[in-house]
Design a protein around this ligand. Structure first.
Ligand code: FAD
Ligand code: FO1
Length: 450
């Protein structure tokens, strides 16, 4: 039977003409079967119209600076998605190429009656949506399967800081933090002849750089993401407040690569966490990160078109950085020197090496890492460009609203306040090497990676 679903989770991108025919969920950000509101909506419509459901994935030859190991992680996750969908009689079709070409073509060739996609605030995805909308005449819906409260629901504007969004989240989360329905096997699978996907060959067809580190300890996919979650909740949630900012501890969840690729839903994470007894409510900083900080990033990227440039900073930040544009920089490094961890600072170099070798830099070091790039480049614009490039090339969780927002926080004080004025930074919050030493055993961290 049709599943109840809060209609506020979807947005109509195009009315289109109702007609009979198969239904397509063009999957992009939320690459999972369980707990996926976009898939649930498609499932509902397929039940209502008694028509087959197809999940369609367009594999783009390159995606920003994503490397071989990032595509490897993603494709292995998609392979698991295709197997899981088959057991539900939901077809999975994957094609190499660009969505603005492939999606309208697939709709045309197969008499598709409804197009659904998941939501991402990033310019690349919003542009894909626009270009597809111009070429199709069927109904087209976007479903926010990534946030607990849909971005357009929780706020209609760019929020100033976490505390302004937190208030709105606390009011609305009750209506949206609900259990997910389970999908049942559909009656019939879309039977058009789709050639089997040659997963091994695909990885060699994408045009991506092979970095020296091909594998990471992160195993991809939904099942593994759930295992990581359960382990974190059992062993680390209660000590999270204390250990999360110590890069020598493994006190955080390590969920970000899975959240980025949508292998797990943050709503699932919070539902499972709230079942753990004696864990404080929203006061536990884990909730603040996984709900408020994470959803604040989508808010920033959705309502700030210039989320990846200097002009996207608040005016106070642009002003202060402009005032200090000509301050002498004691150190200046080029992109390659940063990339190869060749600065004078062994803490910064250790963080860069951690990111390159493991594919995931510890969250506390990311703040220091971002801020030092501002301090050791000629202009804030160049700092942004280098930080985004490195973050997108090496972080498994990169190319994500959290990344653009984290970098804009570090370099442009987004969601932060003005601090005591100083050279180069102006009133942007400063972080120092000695500050790290006061926070945790810095030499131990440096030895781990250098
Ligand atoms: P946990 O502490 O276990 O947090 C759980 C989840 O909460 C995270 O996976 C993430 O989804 C969310 N979260 C935690 N901290 C933040 C935060 N500060 N902002 C937004 N969401 C948060 N995060 C990315 O997912 N991708 C990135 O590319 C990225 N780049 C960053 C760059 C800089 C310069 C900074 C300062 C932060 C960046 N972050 C990024 C945010 C944060 O550092 C990571 O989300 C976190 O370290 C991921 O590790 P974890 O899942 O073990 O975190
Ligand atoms: N989305 C796609 O629809 N097709 C892709 O081939 C694709 C590759 C890709 C590689 C790395 C990465 O971090 C994300 C990638 N995504 C891809 C997209 C993605 O998950 C989101 O849609 C975007 O990150 C926008 O938020």
């Amino acid at each position: 039977m049709v599943i109840l679903m809060n209609k506020k989770r979807l947005r109509r991108l195009q009315k289109g003409k109702e007609q009979k025919g198969s239904i397509v969920y063009w999957m992009s950000r939320d690459q999972r079967v369980d707990d996926n509101w976009a898939l649930i909506y498609g499932y509902n419509q397929a039940l209502k119209n008694k028509s087959p459901l197809i999940v369609y994935f367009t594999l783009v030859p390159q995606f920003k600076e994503a490397t071989y190991r990032i595509y490897k992680f993603m494709l292995e996750g998609l392979n698991q998605v295709s197997q899981k969908l088959e057991s539900l009689n939901i077809a999975f079709v994957l094609k190499l190429g660009y969505p603005e070409i492939l999606v309208p073509q697939f709709i045309e060739e197969n008499g598709i009656s409804l197009l659904i996609t998941d939501f991402s605030p990033l310019r690349i995805k919003q542009t894909w949506n626009e270009r597809i909308k111009e070429k199709i005449s069927i109904p087209f819906y976007e479903v926010d399967a990534h946030n607990i409260i849909p971005v357009w629901e929780v706020s209609s504007k760019k929020e100033y800081a976490a505390y302004t969004l937190r208030k709105k989240i606390e009011v609305k989360i009750g209506a949206f933090l609900e259990e997910f329905p389970k999908l049942k096997k559909l009656r019939k699978i879309w039977s058009e002849n789709t050639s089997p996907i040659e997963w091994k060959k695909l990885l060699n067809k994408v045009e991506v750089q092979k970095t020296e580190f091909i594998d990471t300890e992160f195993k991809p996919g939904e099942e593994y993401a759930m295992r990581i979650l359960q382990k974190f909740l059992k062993e680390k949630l209660t000590s999270y407040n204390k250990t999360r900012n110590d890069p020598n501890e493994e006190g955080t969840s390590d969920l970000s690569p899975y959240l980025h690729f949508g292998h797990i839903s943050s709503q699932r994470v919070v539902l499972e966490a709230s079942k753990i007894k004696n864990v404080a409510n929203l006061k536990n900083s884990f909730y603040d990160e996984i709900i408020v900080r994470k959803e604040l990033s989508d808010n920033f990227c959705f309502y700030e078109p210039k989320y990846d440039s200097f002009e996207g900073f608040h005016s106070w930040a642009q002003e202060t950085l402009n005032t200090h544009r000509n301050d002498t920089r004691e150190y200046i490094y080029k992109k390659e020197e940063f990339e190869n961890a060749k600065t004078h600072d062994d803490a910064w170099n250790a963080a860069q090496i951690e990111m390159k070798t493991t594919g995931k830099m510890h969250g506390y070091m990311r703040m220091y890492w971002g801020k030092k790039i501002l301090e050791w480049t000629q202009t804030p614009e160049e700092a942004l460009q280098i930080a985004i490039f490195l973050n997108n090339k090496y972080e498994l969780d990169g190319r994500d609203p959290n990344g653009y927002t984290g970098i804009a926080w570090s370099i442009g004080g987004i969601h932060d306040r003005a601090w005591k004025e100083r050279p180069i930074y102006g009133k942007i919050r400063y972080m120092s090497y000695n500050g790290l030493k006061r926070k945790f055993e810095l030499q131990k961290y440096i030895k781990t990676y250098l």
